[in-house]
Design a protein around this ligand. Structure first.
Ligand code: ZN
Length: 136
């Protein structure tokens, strides 16, 4: 079995934003030499998530609008004693926080419209994403 672990680091510009990382994940898969396997993509922050969906800005705004409706960002959370990110922790969980993706014939095996996004819910800081490839 082969494996490769790499970390993607970047600075998010907004408090809330979606950053497309499909090409970064595909590059790690390519570098791993794995032909058949899986890749785990984990955001490594408790106020962010990694998801797979369409690269369409309207949909991304819809996500935020629905999250805001379910869990308003500025509500009074018990967690918000020294910080203001109580909602961001909950949003991350609602977005299911991490993904495992298939690798077939040495490539990320996504559907035609599937793209990988890092979802920032408490940004304007340096962020780190774990990409772990395993397979043969
Ligand atoms: Zn917090």
């Amino acid at each position: 079995m082969k494996s490769l672990t790499q970390y993607l680091t970047f600075d998010t510009r907004e408090k809330i934003e979606l950053v497309r990382i499909t090409n970064d994940v595909a590059e790690v898969v390519k570098n791993s030499g794995v032909k058949d396997g899986m890749v785990l993509v984990n955001p490594m922050h408790i106020t962010s998530a990694v998801i797979v969906n369409d690269n369409e800005e309207g949909l991304h705004r819809d996500y935020i609008r629905v999250l805001e409706k379910l869990v308003p960002y500025d509500d009074a959370y018990e967690h918000n004693k020294d910080e203001d990110n109580g909602a961001a922790h909950i949003w991350r969980q609602l977005m299911a926080h991490q993904v495992v993706l298939p690798i077939t014939e040495g490539k990320l095996d996504l559907g035609p419209w599937e793209q990988v996004f890092y979802c920032e819910f408490d940004g304007k800081r340096r962020k780190k994403v774990l990409i772990k490839v395993i397979g043969e």
